[in-house]
Design a protein around this ligand. Structure first.
Ligand code: ATP
Ligand code: MG
Ligand code: FE
Length: 335
């Protein structure tokens, strides 16, 4: 079973070929980071234009790397949403064009379902499971009782974790995307600066905007007093707050929901502090298997979309030519 995955929800034009939902035959990612850097974030119009320029080339390259032709493809899985509407449309329309020209079925995939299914490319999924999704636009705990069934048990009430990383990085004058820079800096600093943790009582929800403001205030207050704060200590303190809340809530939910496995997903899953924090915490919970994808499968890619698409294909899901980019798509469309 061979699935062609297409992902264009943000600033990566990505195409991948995945066999049987687990084996990557090719995984091409054309990143636009360099074009957006000077604006300090993704500019939607520029993203759409790059996708248009790249998509055909990236599809060709993915087929070549995998050494297959259109005839070998059983279905096309494409990110339908959420994301930037103009960016999504390029992927969706490319998928429709290939579908029409070669008579191949299409499956619209939720981007976050893709992030979660990146884990299937490295490990067998065992249900029920819990996914900690931490990305540029999402921070949520997703419970899955079986394949293709998603229940969001908690989510951020304001900023996503990745968004908080990028804003804090900006305050420290680091280039976009700031997450990896803060992560690197945090590893050489000490978490000596007192910063808040948003527990939100007993819920599984998250909040990072208060933490982000506390970091910004700390920097401004220090500047006003002419004091020197070590950026590495601030990065380490910020990361300690983020990781402590994420790890504590994940462990609590894993116990309460009695899951077999916990998956880490989304761009912030590349974070060294979070990966180490979860690995240490789950040593105390040996009955639960922790799966953490390699860095290349944490940030946006199309292999994850193809992996998720394989599962939905096997469940009989198909999209029509009415398929459209949907920036506000809900993950429960797959349930
Ligand atoms: P979404 O998946 O919610 O639609 P997105 O696709 O834009 O959003 P991803 O590509 O999944 O987000 O992740 C990008 C985010 O991950 C950015 O905010 C980036 O700073 C963050 N990120 C990447 N690497 C790291 C890291 N090592 N530490 C912290 N954050 C990181
Ligand atoms: Mg991106
Ligand atoms: Fe993403």
């Amino acid at each position: 079973l061979i699935i062609l995955g297409i992902e264009t929800s943000c600033d990566e034009t990505a195409v991948s070929i995945v066999k049987n939902g687990t084996e990557i035959l090719s995984n091409v990612v054309a990143s636009q980071i360099e074009s957006h850097k000077r604006f300090g974030g993704v500019v939607p119009e520029i993203a759409s234009r790059h996708h248009v320029e790249q998509i055909t080339l990236v599809i060709e390259e993915a087929l070549q790397h995998a050494k297959i032709t259109y005839e070998d493809i059983d279905a096309i899985a494409v990110t339908e949403g959420p994301g930037l509407v103009g960016a999504l449309l390029i992927g969706v329309n490319a998928a429709k064009a290939v579908s029409f020209a070669h008579d191949i079925p299409i499956i619209g995939v939720h981007h976050i379902a893709g992030h979660i299914y990146a884990n299937q490319l490295v490990d067998k999924l065992e249900f029920p499971l819990l996914a900690l999704v931490v990305s540029g636009g999402h921070t949520e705990l997703v419970y899955m009782k079986e394949h293709g069934h998603f229940e969001v048990i908690g989510e951020t009430r304001d900023d996503a974790a990745g968004e908080a990383y990028d804003k804090v990085a900006r305050t420290l004058n680091m280039p976009y995307p700031g997450g990896p820079h803060i992560d690197r800096l945090a590893q050489v600093g000490s978490p000596t600066i007192k910063l808040p943790r948003a527990w939100l009582e007993n819920s599984y929800d998250f909040s990072f905007s208060g933490l982000k403001s506390a970091v910004i205030n700390t920097v401004h207050n220090a500047e006003q007093r002419g004091e020197m704060i070590k950026p590495e200590d601030l990065a380490a303190s910020f990361q300690a707050s983020v990781v402590e809340v994420l790890v504590t809530k994940t462990i609590k939910a894993a116990k309460e929901y009695g899951v077999q496995q916990v998956l880490l997903a989304g761009g912030v899953a590349a974070n060294k502090g979070l990966r180490t924090g979860l690995e240490n915490a789950f040593q105390q919970l040996p009955t639960v298997k922790l799966t953490v994808p390699p860095l290349s499968l944490c940030t946006d890619n199309a292999a994850m979309i193809a992996a998720a698409g394989t599962v939905f294909y096997q469940k009989g899901q198909r999209s029509s030519f009415n398929l459209n980019g949907n920036p506000g798509l809900d993950i429960t469309i797959h349930n």
